[in-house]
Ligand binder design. Structure first.
Ligand code: HEC
Length: 134
C-alpha cells in the first residue's frame, strides 16, 4: 500500500511541476504582447516600402515568423540588421531597422502597444516569437 501511495504522490508532484512550468511560460513576453508602438510602425512605412517591399510581402514574413517560433525576436532582427536589404546589407541605421521591423510586425498582424521596440536596450532578447494568427 505504501508503494501505491508514493506513486500517487510522485504523479501529483509531477503535475504540479507541469502546471508551474505552464504558468511560467504564460508569463513571458511574446511578440503578441504589444512590443512596438503605432507611431513606430507608421514611421517605418515609407522606408519599408522603398527598401524592402519590392522583394517581400506579408506572407513571406508570416512564414519567417512561423519558422522562428519560440526564438528570441532579436535573432530575426539581427538577421535583418546584418543581411538586409539583400542588395545593400547594413545600409540603414539601427533606429531605421527598428521602425522598419515595427512596420513588419504590424503588417503581419501583431498588435501594437505602449512599449517602443528597441534593439539598443536589449529587450528583444526577452521577447519570444509566436506564429502570427493569419
Ligand atoms: C533585393 C531583394 C531584397 C530586398 C530589397 C530585401 N530583401 Fe529580405 N531577403 C531577400 C532574400 C533573397 C532573402 C533570403 C532568402 C529567403 O528567405 O527567401 C531575404 C530574407 C529576409 C528575411 C528572412 C529572415 C529570416 O531568416 O527569418 C527577412 C525577415 C527579410 N529578408 C527582411 C527584409 C527587410 C526588413 C528588408 C528591408 C530593410 C529586406 N528584407 C530587403 C531579398 C531581399
Amino acid at each position: 500500500m505504501k508503494a501505491v501511495k508514493n506513486t500517487v504522490v510522485a504523479v501529483l508532484t509531477a503535475s504540479a511541476v507541469l502546471v508551474a512550468a505552464g504558468y511560467a511560460s504564460a508569463q513571458s513576453t511574446t511578440v503578441k504582447d504589444g512590443v512596438y508602438t503605432v507611431e513606430q510602425a507608421a514611421a517605418g512605412k515609407e522606408l519599408y516600402e522603398r527598401r524592402c517591399g519590392a522583394c517581400h510581402n506579408a506572407d513571406f514574413y508570416r512564414t519567417a515568423f512561423t519558422n522562428r517560433n519560440n526564438q528570441p525576436l532579436q535573432f530575426m532582427f539581427e538577421e535583418i540588421l546584418v543581411n538586409m536589404p539583400a542588395d545593400t546589407p547594413g545600409s540603414l541605421m539601427d533606429s531605421e531597422y527598428e521602425v522598419v521591423f515595427a512596420h513588419i510586425l504590424s503588417l503581419v498582424g501583431y498588435p501594437a502597444g505602449d512599449t517602443e521596440l528597441s534593439y539598443a536596450n536589449g529587450s528583444m532578447a526577452d521577447i519570444s516569437v509566436v506564429p502570427p494568427s493569419n
